[in-house]
Every structure is written in structure tokens, then in C-alpha cells.
Design a protein around this ligand. Structure first.
Ligand code: SAM
Length: 200
């Protein structure tokens, strides 16, 4: 089994707190060596990100990579372990999950990629980037998509008065949605609920 790299093309105008927390979380379960973050140019926070990932200024297309699979919810086929045998790089959009989804991966990433990149989806619901990366790593290691357990639109208790339903799919790891402790802490401290859940 090859050690594929996981490339996230950062597509938000800033390297905000939420994106940074997700990238750090991915680095924790995947390992720093397998995580590249591209398209990071003159962004506040990029020095900190270098502690967790290989940070690259150029957009991914300029790296002229071969055997690339882009994960796009608008893809027509689901990623399979069979596909994974010939993939060296998995490419994700570094995009926060707005609701309803606006097909930003297709409009801001896939559309500009070479035709020899494979395009695959991970089911009909959008996941945050860290759950998407975790799912792809499971498939790369031989698991079928349909055998991976998920939580759809889990509820999150903010405090004794407030429970919100998060409009995304999360991978189920040991009976819990894969959400980093740091993100839960960030949510509990943020006072704008729309921004807190990316619903803008
Ligand atoms: N709302 C965004 C859109 O409209 O494309 C989705 C962004 S999602 C939060 C971040 C990244 O995770 C996507 O760019 C994609 O690479 C990956 N992703 C999340 N859910 C996916 C799915 N169901 N199928 C394929 N890729 C997915």
C-alpha cells in the first residue's frame, strides 16, 4: 500500500481559526508528512500551519502531480478501494461547509484541473474536510465506502439552553462524530451561531 499524500487546496480568503483547527486535526490523525496545504500565499497564520503540514504557495495544478484524485461532492462515482490502488495524491477543497452547499469544490477547484485527474465523491452529503480526509484514508486502506459508519446532521449541545443540529455528515469513530476537541471549544466560545457553524 503506497503512502498517498493528502493535498488540501486552501480556497478561503483567510486562514481562519476554523480552517486552522481542521488542518491541525487532520495532521494529528494522518501525520504531518502526508498532509500538504497548497495555495497559501501571504496569509496570516501560515507560519503556524508549517508546524502541522507542508505548506505550499502555489495552487495544486502548478505542481504538475500525477495520479491525482479530486474529492468533489459533484463527482459522478464514489471512491472505491480499487480506485485507490492507482492514486498517489488525494486533493480536497479547503472550503468551509456553507449550508446549503454551493458546489464550491466544482466551481473553484475541479473546473480548473487537468482532465486526467480522477474525480470521485463520498456520498450525497457534504462532510467537513477532516471527516472527508479520514474517510478517504479508510478507503485508501481498503475499506468500502458503504462499510464506513457516519453520523448525519448530529446535534451539538452548546449550553443548557441551546442545542444545534449541524447540517453535515461526520465519520463515526468509536461511536462519536469525528470533531476535534479544539473545535468544540471554539464553538462553545464563539457567540455568533451562524459563523460558528459555517452557515453563511
Ligand atoms: N460546500 C462545499 C461545496 O459546495 O463544495 C463543500 C466543502 S467540504 C466542507 C470540504 C471538502 O471536503 C470538499 O471540497 C471536498 O474535497 C471534501 N468533501 C466533503 N464532502 C464530500 C463529499 N460528499 N464528496 C466528495 N468530497 C467531499
Amino acid at each position: 500500500m503506497s503512502q498517498a499524500k493528502f493535498v488540501i487546496e486552501h480556497l478561503e480568503p483567510e486562514l481562519g481559526k476554523w480552517s486552522m483547527i481542521e488542518y491541525k486535526h487532520i495532521s494529528k490523525f494522518l501525520g504531518k508528512d502526508r498532509l500538504w496545504v497548497t495555495n497559501v500565499k501571504n496569509l496570516s497564520g501560515q507560519e503556524e500551519l508549517k508546524e502541522y503540514a507542508t505548506v505550499i504557495t502555489e495552487p495544486t495544478v502548478d505542481l504538475k502531480l500525477k495520479n491525482v484524485c479530486v474529492l468533489d461532492p459533484e463527482g459522478t462515482e464514489v471512491l472505491t478501494p480499487e480506485d485507490a490502488k492507482s492514486i498517489d495524491y488525494y486533493l480536497f477543497g479547503g472550503i468551509l461547509g456553507g449550508y446549503p452547499p454551493r458546489k464550491r469544490t466544482e466551481k473553484e477547484l475541479t473546473k480548473f484541473l487537468p482532465k486526467d485527474y480522477v474525480v470521485r465523491h463520498l456520498g450525497p452529503m457534504q462532510m467537513p474536510t477532516d471527516s472527508a480526509v479520514y474517510t478517504v484514508n479508510e478507503i485508501h486502506n481498503g475499506k468500502k465506502f458503504e462499510d464506513i459508519p457516519f453520523f448525519d446532521k448530529p446535534e451539538h449541545k452548546i449550553n443548557q439552553y441551546e442545542i444545534v443540529q449541524i447540517p453535515m455528515r461526520y465519520v463515526n469513530v468509536n461511536g462519536k462524530p469525528l470533531i476535534s476537541a479544539e473545535l468544540l471549544d471554539h464553538w462553545s466560545k464563539s457567540d455568533d451561531s451562524d459563523q460558528r457553524f459555517g452557515l453563511y
